[in-house]
Write a protein that binds this ligand. Structure first.
Ligand code: FMN
Length: 353
């Protein structure tokens, strides 16, 4: 049997195999950011993954910004997520929740009434966001968080992690890439602060490092992971030295005994991010981005990391693990309904037959 299909322990998470489902925003929650019953079916169908990292989920109403993405800040959301985790556990799977505060990547058209858009500094992202009511729009100009408010946002993440545990998740993953709030703090272009959360690279990584540390204290370090993609320019991120920034965050949390670092490969010539993570992160690695089966098998055999995550393959192949095990052909997904409401292109991809 290939090592890819063998069990592994990441902190307190005991995985039956090393095929992880990567977090994917699918916009199937309600307009009020509450998970729906089709999400229960979708995740249960994919429960044979060694671990599911459920889609980026808002830690507060202020942390929302996309349409129909879920949150984990209300009792209604917690109850709805509990149905998902019960179904995944009943099918023998493990599931953690990705916590995602979008910061300035937000428009009030997609947010609950009165929820502001905030960021480390009042720098508007040069992007467009989809809304159900207006089509594509510019994001809001964010309001700068005060130093005291930064502490409240950290506390919100702790509550969100505790809510995730109450909803039955096996753990949480902090989204530290793709231009969302942690990365807005880490990158020199979007962080122009002069307090202890801005300026030097050690100061810029302080926000995600304090969140990770506080969540580890609250729910146990062995149930906390974080995700990075070094130098990711997505959502208008500019950073003067992405390698130094990534290493600074790894070092700042390396003493915590975390479950894992979910490391995405930016495929930059001359840069081996997995080696970099091994050198500085002091935790097990879930590897990601554009792996196929043979590359994933080789990475496991060669000890590059402890598991490999797959995103796009899981959209159209709910039984990906069994298809890998049996060398079955993989189905392609329909790009037209990746983010549309309803079950089409979501729960209607069949298992191999
Ligand atoms: C539809 C879609 C939604 C995604 N949403 C998220 C997300 O919520 N959080 C995140 O960290 N990455 C997200 N990603 C990135 C994936 O987790 C993954 O890194 C990417 O698809 C590359 O892996 P792959 O080559 O196996 O598809 C998304 C990707 C896709 C295709």
């Amino acid at each position: 049997m290939s090592k890819l299909l063998s069990p592994v322990e990441l902190g307190d998470l005991k995985l039956a195999n090393r095929v992880v489902m990567a977090p994917m925003t699918r916009s199937r929650a309600t307009a009020d950011h509450v998970p729906t019953d089709i999400m229960v079916d979708y995740y249960a169908q994919r429960a044979s993954a060694g671990l599911i990292v459920a889609e980026g989920t808002a830690t507060s109403a202020v942390g929302t910004g996309y349409c129909r993405t879920p949150g984990i800040y209300s009792e209604e959301q917690i109850a709805a997520w509990a149905k998902v985790t019960q179904a995944v556990h009943a099918a023998g799977g493990k599931i953690v929740l990705q916590l995602m505060h979008v910061g300035r990547v937000a428009t009030h058209y997609n947010k609950p009434e009165g929820a502001e858009t905030v960021a480390p500094s009042p720098v508007q992202a040069e992007i467009k966001l989809f809304t159900d009511s207006q089509g594509m729009v510019a994001p809001d100009v964010p309001r700068e968080l005060s130093t005291a408010e930064v502490q409240s946002v950290i506390d919100e993440h702790v509550t969100a992690a505790q809510n995730a545990r109450r909803a039955g998740f096996d753990g949480v993953e902090l989204h530290c890439t793709s231009g969302y709030l942690p990365m807005q703090f880490m990158a020199s272009g979007s962080n122009q602060r002069s307090d202890q959360y801005g300026g030097s690279v050690e100061n810029r990584v302080r926000f995600p490092a304090e969140i990770i540390s506080a969540m580890a204290q609250a729910i146990g370090a062995g149930r906390v992971g974080y995700r990075m993609r070094l130098g990711n320019p997505f959502n208008d991120i500019k950073d003067e030295d992405p390698v130094a920034t990534a290493v600074a965050l790894m070092k700042a949390v390396s003493h915590l005994d975390l479950a894992y670092l979910h490391m995405m490969n930016p495929h930059k010539p001359g840069l081996d991010v997995f080696e970099l993570a091994k050198e500085h992160a002091n935790t097990q690695l879930i590897l990601n981005d554009s792996f196929d089966l043979s590359q994933a098998k080789a990475a496991m055999e060669n000890g590059v990391g402890s598991a490999v995550s797959f995103g796009r393959y899981f959209i159209a192949n709910p039984d990906l693990v069994s298809r890998f095990a049996n060398d079955h052909v993989l189905a392609d997904f329909d790009k037209s309904n990746v983010y549309t409401p309803g079950p089409a292109g979501y729960t209607d991809y069949p298992a191999f037959s």
